[in-house]
Write a protein that binds this ligand. Structure first.
Ligand code: IPE
Ligand code: IPE
Ligand code: MG
Length: 254
């Protein structure tokens, strides 16, 4: 049976998050410049966004550039920024055609002005779309996000708008950059690294993690289907016992 046919449509993750890793090594293995890898990574982004939209996934978060990635060599950072702007300009009509809404999370004030402007334009131009929500994590890191959230909470408390006794998990979620999105149920990392690298630390608390050795520029819809099929085979217990989960599932059956 085709991999796609193995996917159970009513048990799709609502939100998939991906650490798109391995562009540099993919290129170096071919004797090419690292930027060549980033360039080819864009093709994978296109393919996976399309794959998610076809399946009816509601949210797809892509880790495109971390706060720590600013420390890479200037040529690579500049090349990535230019690629970002060029890709956004090219893709907006396709996003609109496919009813995909773009969102961005991250420290956007660190981006060069031309990149910042191109992003704002794309956000605005796709803001009416109601299909897949494509969230780009750009200049993003989870610790940056948590520090920002704490600062905003402190400011609201100081201004008398928030009672410290009212702070709970839901309220804290509202102060994160992801406040509009549900937590990811499935997190995929390509390229054989088994780490989170400062990505959505709070939001991934109960996500299923899927690691593959495939480098990002080689990652295609088939690989995505494989990850979803694997996800659907797992039992998500949220701290409970298997027996409790089976009982709950039975109670929810029509
Ligand atoms: C992921 O690929 C893309 C970014 C971090 C921008 P890398 O550039 O990290 O590629 P590797 O991990 O060095 O192979
Ligand atoms: C994580 O990849 C960030 C992105 C994919 C954008 P890195 O390549 O920066 O992570 P480390 O350095 O291997 O942990
Ligand atoms: Mg990497």
């Amino acid at each position: 049976m085709d991999l796609k046919d193995q996917i159970i449509p009513d048990r799709l993750p609502r939100h998939i998050a991906i650490i798109m890793d391995g562009n540099g090594r993919w290129a170096e293995e071919k004797g090419q410049d690292r930027l060549y890898g980033h360039f080819h990574g864009v093709e994978s982004v296109r393919n996976i966004v399309e794959g998610c939209a076809e399946l009816g996934i509601e949210y797809l978060t892509l880790y495109a550039f971390s706060t720590e990635n600013w420390d890479r060599p200037v040529t690579e950072v500049t090349g990535l920024m230019e690629l970002l702007v060029e890709t956004i300009r090219k893709e907006v009509p396709i996003l609109n055609k496919n009813n995909i809404r773009l969102h961005v999370i991250g420290a956007l004030d660190m981006l060069p002005e031309y990149a910042h402007n191109a992003l704002q334009e794309a956000l605005q131009l796709t803001s009416q779309n109601t299909g897949l929500n494509l969230v780009m994590a750009l200049s993003y890191s989870s610790r940056w996000e948590l520090v920002e959230a704490v600062r905003k909470v402190a400011m609201d408390v100081k201004a008398g708008k928030l009672d410290p006794a009212a702070i709970n998990q839901d309220l804290l979620s509202q102060y994160l950059a992801t406040s509009e999105f549900p937590d990811p149920e499935l997190m995929i990392r390509t390229s054989g690294e088994y780490r989170i690298s400062n990505f959505l630390l709070y939001q991934l608390a109960y996500a299923e993690l899927y690691f593959t050795s495939t480098r990002w520029p080689d990652f295609r819809k088939e690989n995505l289907y494989e990850a979803i099929v694997d996800f659907q085979k797992r039992e998500r217990r949220f701290g409970k016992t298997t027996q409790q989960i089976k009982q709950e599932t039975a109670e929810h059956l029509p």
